[in-house]
Write a protein that binds this ligand. Sequence first.
Ligand code: PHE
Length: 339
Amino acid sequence: MEKRSVTVAAVDVEALERDAAAAVAAASTPEELDEIRIRYLGRRSELKQALRAVRDRETGMTLNAVRERLEAAFDTRETELERDQLAKRDQALDVTLPGTQLRRGRLHPLTQIRREVEDIFLGLGYEIIDSREVETVWHNFDALNQPLTHPSRSHRDTFYVDDDTLLRTHTSTGQIRVMEQRDPPIYIATLGRVYRRDTPSPRSTPNFHQVEALAVDRGITLADLKGTLMHFFRAMFGEGRDVRMRTSFFPFTEPSVEFDVTCFLCAGKGCAFCKHTGWFEMGGAGVVDPAVFERVGYDPEEWSGFAWGLGLDRIAAQRHGIPDIRMFWENDLRVLRQF
Ligand code: PHE
């Protein structure tokens, strides 16, 4: 049977709706869709004119139903087109992942270790001191009871600026400066760069970092020293580390010791790193020599103290299993990016 199109108020509504729906589907931009909307639903459109001319209820209802369906079709298509446009713009901005990566900077491994060390001391209630690097001979040697004949005073071992001035060879100088200025009790950690005329090797560089602790109070003994060292190394390298002391000599401490720590690589079992002893040499320490207290005006009868010092670079090397501390100074990004 021939399909008859419905003609209402002289308008072929079926054809109109079909044409409009096809045009809506074909619109490729919101602007195009707007033009089509005006053509089919605008004030002068066929549909609106027919609606205006409506006299009977049935025709009105038919035309209004067409109008509503078309409006809905326009709205749906509009949302679709807007979504497409947004998607295209996002592609132009390339917010897809991964984007072009910016390389973030990071702290040098020595700086990271230095901050960790500072945190451990702050946790113990110590104050952090970074004194000057250019020092007087008096603060670097004389005040520390260093004999005039000691080889470390020679120009072959130490960088001199002039006869009375040098680049500090250890951070003990900062301890002298603090003791000159303040009365006990004193709990400080001095840390920073130090200089010695050493030939660069896997275990030493002419410029390196030290951390030294100084505690001055009433009744301080070697046991306090050992307890503090143990706490420090357990915080640094994990529980189960032990500290071993061997008698030694420093002009500024009496008695003096050198201390070893359980090798962090083999946990004390013995490996090539610790020469199969299970221990790793860490630094020097001792009970502050009364002669040093006299130099800074403290009464050695009333006050006693301990001091210990070690190289930060070696701690960092141990921590990361770095076989050659010169790597910390070469600034090779392939190395530094790994920390
Ligand atoms: N100042 C010594 C050094 O640089 C280390 C040390 C510090 C030793 C404190 C004893 C006490 O080698």
